[in-house]
Design a binder for this molecule. Structure first.
Ligand SMILES: [Zn+2]
Length: 97
């Protein structure tokens, strides 16, 4: 699982999850290990778009929907849009500003 923040074609930051934390079984005590949290802590994300993607070991794309804590952190960091993979070739776009 990784996340990249982009604004005006410029990469502002990129992070990966530091622990395996599937979206269906999130360990709420470990949300600080999420890539989105690291992005919010380490880069100025104002007016950016955050792209989150999850790749499985067999290279299939899976769900990277940010958890509620990450969405709140990205909103606090003034991120405008989050794009996340949903598996089966789908992506979702959430406007959070
Ligand atoms: Zn999260």
């Amino acid at each position: 699982m990784g996340a990249v923040a982009v604004c005006s074609g410029r990469i502002l930051g990129e992070e990966v999850n530091t622990r395996n934390n599937r979206p269906v079984s999130i360990d709420w005590h470990q949300v600080s290990s999420h890539a989105e949290q690291a992005l919010a802590a380490n880069a100025d994300l104002e007016r950016s778009t955050v792209h989150a993607a999850r790749l499985l070991k067999d290279a299939r794309v899976a769900c990277a929907r940010p958890c509620e804590f990450c969405l709140a952190g990205l909103k606090d960091a003034c991120v405008r849009t989050v794009v996340w993979t949903a598996g089966k070739g789908l992506i979702y776009i959430d406007r959070i500003d």
